[in-house]
Design a protein around this ligand. Structure first.
Ligand code: TXA
Ligand code: MG
Length: 347
């Protein structure tokens, strides 16, 4: 299958490109499109045949539910019921935006694979002109996970989608680089206290300011069986091919680790802020200025993907602050590293 890349930048008339995407979606096909977080792989959320194609294209396990994207708040009541007050407040404050709200799903409305057997559905209204225009023209909800092959870092550029899915999907709407760079916050409001199942652009602090206490399990707590989880979080994620180890962002510690690994015959890739450019290492990818956490989140997945293009046998990634979107960055890095930190004695 040929994969068309259709440009939808702001400066030209793109109506023909949107029309092609809408036409494909109405024919039960999948289309990749940009959102403010990462690129999504969309299919009409009420069309089971189309939704199944998402799982096939990504190689996604069928027990991992999809996020439904909507263009207006009004349509929410078609798909959910018993919408709690905290959810309404969150929508008012953070939609459109990088917040997915898990609510009770109405039976027999959405394609069964969307919820993957759960009684709930995660819904969000994306804050991106291309995603919103697509939804408005389609006038239907779009089920859309990140547009990467399962297990790989999410795509923040159309070229990332192309790398993973060329020949497998018919169309990518190319709207340039996505702004936030990590996936939306997933908030489950069906429990007594709302719980963050996946940290993202809307932080715990931002949520607590408007709805009061919110739970946010850390990496260790997430490993405990009884902690509520997004089904997708149990799978290997965001992982380049070579093993990743986290390390403190200290130049001396990092240089020592690199030297040690190289003595063992490793080719080392380093993922670190831009002030680590003096380290002697085989490959160095920066995710920006350590003091600008938004810049780092926007560049993270591109840097992780760049590691994959090298022949590095091990990747060192420096830890970041856990302030603001730093929580989401550290969550992704901890997953990529499987929770492993570099220790001089062990490696
Ligand atoms: O920013 C984003 O959220 C991007 C863009 C495209 O919108 N989408 C995205 O989708 O990251 P995906 O499928 O890669 O991640 C969705 C996560 C998975 O971990 C999934 O298990 C969880 O949300 N999820 C979806 N529906 C859920 C539900 N009903 N209950 C609990 N977790 C759910
Ligand atoms: Mg994903």
């Amino acid at each position: 299958m040929e994969t068309k890349k259709l440009h939808v930048d702001k400066d030209v008339d793109n109506s023909e490109n949107y029309a092609q995407a809408v036409d494909l979606l109405n024919k039960s096909e999948v289309v990749a499109f940009p959102t403010e977080t990462v690129y999504g792989l969309g299919a009409v959320a009420t069309d089971e045949e189309a939704v199944k194609k998402i799982f096939a294209a990504k190689g996604r396990p069928s027990d991992n539910p999809l996020i439904v994207h909507i263009g207006t708040i009004e349509e929410l009541s078609y798909y959910t019921y018993d919408i709690p007050e905290v959810a309404k407040i969150c929508m008012e404050h953070f939609w459109p935006g990088p917040l997915t709200i898990v609510m009770k799903a109405k039976a027999d409305v959405l394609a069964p694979s969307v919820s993957a057997g759960l009684q709930t559905v995660g819904i969000r209204m994306p804050d991106h002109p291309v995603a919103l225009k697509l939804l408005q023209q389609l006038k239907k909800p779009l089920a859309a996970p990140s547009a990467n092959r399962s297990g790989k870092p999410s795509p923040t550029k159309a070229s990332h989608v192309y790398e993973d899915l060329a020949g497998i999907i018919p169309c990518i709407l190319d709207g340039g680089i996505t702004g936030i760079g990590v996936e939306s916050t997933v908030l489950d409001v069906t429990l007594d206290v709302p719980i963050i199942l996946r940290p993202g652009g809307v932080t715990k602090e931002m949520l607590e300011q408007v709805i009061g206490p919110v739970l946010e399990p850390n990496f260790e707590q997430q490993q405990i069986e009884s902690t509520p989880k997004a089904p997708g979080m149990k799978y290997t994620h965001y992982a380049p091919d070579a093993p990743v180890f986290l390390i403190e962002p200290n130049e001396e510690t990092v240089q020592q680790a690199v030297t040690h690994l190289k003595l063992q015959g490793h080719r080392v890739a380093l993922l670190a802020p831009q002030n680590f450019n003096e380290i002697t290492v085989d490959y160095y990818f920066t995710f920006g200025n350590a003091n600008e956490i938004e810049q780092m989140s926007a560049a993270l997945y591109d840097a992780l993907r760049a590691c994959d293009k090298t022949d590095a046998t091990v990747i060192l990634a420096t830890s970041t602050t856990r302030e603001g979107v730093g929580t989401a960055i550290m969550n992704r890095l901890e997953k990529a590293a499987g929770g492993n930190w570099f220790q001089l004695q062990k490696q």
